[in-house]
Ligand binder design. Structure first.
Ligand code: AHG
Ligand code: MN
Ligand code: MN
Length: 337
């Protein structure tokens, strides 16, 4: 039976796992990736359940606080981290993981694993105490199965998949290497339904710019100049959570940016490397965007997907979105001075 087709007015939907199973079979691939994805989706859904009830239970506060039951409150991102590590271990498919919430590389299943996973278990912490959207972000690279062991420091172009789950809407977007970007919404039973292929819109009419406007005077002169010359053409939106902001960029087109901070009045607050982390934030959205026909560069105008990390918590400036816009900005960045 064709999934997704209307029969007598009844829409037959397709779960994420069913979509992925067909994908793997079409390409004659193993089921290992399916098992890994099941673990990642289970983690995201579990974190979302925790988040939805968190305000009532007093768990959306700061670490060190005490909740209504008199128990110590764990910061939501620490809880999310533990949940994710639990599911990754249970999958038996992961060698090492890199998490925003763990200083060190996390050995998950160093003997038998097949994948490296890079994740931010809860992205957009400033939204947590408000119960507003946050994200679960991940990238996946495959172990070198034929050659010598090559470690986990992979450029985004070597990822085989990257995904983002917007909590608490449950909307899930995944980029699959050379297979496009797909979005899944949930129905009232919390099951992922029919995949929608995502392609960034060509028409600039609905494009939006997204950046922290209060930082703009701290950006490099050429970035400020570009913003001054271009901002009037587009709408402006900023939620303060990459997953939510980039979700909009992907749908409407335009550009999300988190430039380097180089002109802060207090030089100690400069962030010449940018704020976002390369492996589990910038490269994740860059990968998803690339598979949807978009582009992403860093402060030098170098494609994010080309950057080989030297450290697992490395930061990067990020300009991600519609190809023409990102390329235009990259030309400004590449100019001397
Ligand atoms: P995290 O909460 O995981 O530390 O990351 C927050 C990130 C990202 O989600 C968002 O785009 C950005 O920080 C917002 O930063 P500002 O508050 O500086 O705008
Ligand atoms: Mn984050
Ligand atoms: Mn985080």
């Amino acid at each position: 039976m064709d999934v997704g087709r209307q029969h007598s007015g009844v829409a037959f939907e397709q779960t994420f796992m069913n979509f992925l199973l067909q994908h793997q079979e079409r390409h004659n691939r193993t089921h290992d990736f399916l098992i890994l994805m099941d673990a990642l989706i289970s983690a995201a859904q579990h974190i979302q359940r925790y988040y939805l009830t968190g305000a009532l239970k007093g768990n959306l506060g700061l670490a060190g606080a005490v909740n209504v039951q008199g128990e110590d409150v764990m910061q939501m991102d620490q809880i999310a981290n533990e949940i994710t590590i639990h599911y990754l271990k249970a999958s038996g498919r992961v060698i090492h993981a890199v998490s925003e919430e763990s200083d060190e590389i996390i050995p998950i299943n160093p003997e038998g694993g097949r994948y490296f996973v890079y994740f931010d278990p809860l992205d957009g912490s400033s939204n947590v105490s408000h119960g507003l959207p946050v994200g679960f972000l991940f990238g996946v690279a495959r172990r070198n199965l034929t050659g010598p062991e090559d470690g986990h420091l992979r450029a985004g172009k070597d990822y085989i998949a990257a995904g983002m789950f917007v909590i608490p809407t449950g909307t899930f977007t995944i980029g699959l290497k050379d297979e496009g970007t797909w979005r899944f919404h949930v129905d009232e039973t919390n099951t992922f339904v029919r995949p929608t292929r995502m392609t960034l819109p060509e028409d600039p009419k609905g494009w939006e710019l997204s950046f922290n406007a209060s930082n703009r005077r701290t950006y490099a002169e050429k970035v400020q100049k570009w913003i001054g010359e271009n901002e009037g053409k587009y709408a402006f939106r900023y939620l303060g959570a990459l997953a939510g902001d980039f979700h909009r960029t992907l749908t409407n087109g335009g550009m999300f940016m988190y430039p380097a901070i180089v002109n802060h009045p207090n030089p100690k607050k400069n962030r010449p490397e940018g704020k976002l982390r390369l492996m589990y934030e910038a490269a994740v959205v860059a990968f998803i965007c690339h598979e949807a026909g978009g582009a992403a560069v860093d402060e030098r105008g170098v494609p994010i997907l080309e950057i080989v990390p030297e450290h697992h918590h490395q930061r990067s400036a990020l300009y991600v979105g519609s190809k023409k816009l990102v390329e235009d900005l990259a030309r400004s960045l590449q100019q001397q001075g």
